[in-house]
Design a protein around this ligand. Structure first.
Ligand SMILES: [Zn+2]
Ligand SMILES: [Zn+2]
Length: 298
């Protein structure tokens, strides 16, 4: 049973519980979010959607990604309890709703919002097509290849290495703490969403991950947008290499299937990518479809 359906079916019987039981029940669901400090004031916040990172310093607060409006409100409320300092900067790793829909909760609170130029284009295009422009807080600052600055007390740099999960994924580096937020460039042991409508490209994605490991090495703590159940949203360069290998195997497998004359429907029946057994669970059709389309595109 999913948590949502549990809450739904349980709330019907809530009236039958004693007051004390009700209190336990509601406090259990009051606080579903989690904060985990990594080091030096940089932490991750998880609730629903892509992993949020934030940096607290004496001079101000920097936040990376915003999940959904309710989630970012939970984060903002909690950070206001921990710090009187201003929200200096909100960074979006890319435009997807589970990373930017919560931007709106920072309206009038944060000084600037920053993202890759393609992320802004994608966010705008999606909002126009879904008629949700009034629910957006768009970046007021964009970058193309690299960006770096000292924000609050944090030395931060952003890097763009080309198309991957979309065509606008930024890698965010907290230099002093040696922590990198990869956004959805890494799905830790979970089948990824590959957004070809927003310029995703698997071949290029593999190069982006190689470049990241070559440039930053094995010493940083890496933060991932998503992880499979039982796996962490933070990890090491080994996790990046494992995901890169998964993407290589995905292309290799799909290519071999196409060359063997298999139809798209036949290929989509696969339940595992050979050579990547750690990627289990549902959602395998998404990467297979993307790989098929990328390999057969004219
Ligand atoms: Zn995501
Ligand atoms: Zn995404």
């Amino acid at each position: 049973m999913t948590r949502r359906s549990f809450i739904h079916s349980s709330s019907l019987t809530l009236g039958a519980l004693s007051l004390a039981q009700q209190k336990i029940f509601t406090s259990f669901f009051d606080d579903p979010w989690k904060i985990k400090e990594l080091r030096g004031g940089v932490s991750v916040f998880t609730e629903r959607g892509g992993t949020i990172a934030f940096a607290l310093s004496k001079k101000g607060i920097v936040v990376v990604d915003s999940q959904f409006p309710d989630q970012s409100k939970h984060l903002i409320d909690e950070l206001k309890k921990r710090s009187q300092k201003p929200f200096k900067l909100l960074i979006n790793t890319h435009h997807h709703g589970d990373h930017t829909a919560g931007n709106i909760s920072f309206k009038g609170i944060v000084e600037h919002v920053l993202a890759h130029e393609n992320s802004l284009k994608n966010q705008t295009a999606v909002a126009i097509s879904q008629k949700t422009e009034d629910k957006q807080l768009y970046p007021d600052q964009i970058f193309s290849n690299t960006w770096s600055d000292k924000v609050a007390k944090e030395k931060i740099s952003l890097h763009y290495y080309g198309a991957g999960h979309t065509n606008g994924d930024a890698i965010i580096y907290f230099e002093d703490q040696n922590i990198l937020h990869m956004g959805d460039l890494v799905f830790n042991r979970r089948h990824p969403f590959i957004d070809r409508t927003a310029g995703a490209n698997i071949k290029s994605w593999i190069q982006v991950l190689d470049k990241t490991v070559n440039n930053f090495g094995t010493s940083p703590i890496y933060i991932f947008g998503h992880a499979a159940e039982g796996y962490d949203v933070t990890g090491t360069a080994d996790d990046l290499k494992a995901f890169r290998d998964y993407l290589s195997k995905l292309l290799e497998f799909t290519d071999a299937q196409i060359k063997a004359g298999k139809t798209k429907d036949e290929i989509l029946k696969a339940t595992e990518i050979p050579g990547a057994p750690q990627w289990k669970g549902d959602g395998i059709q998404r990467p297979l479809t993307a790989a098929y389309e990328e390999l057969t595109a004219k």
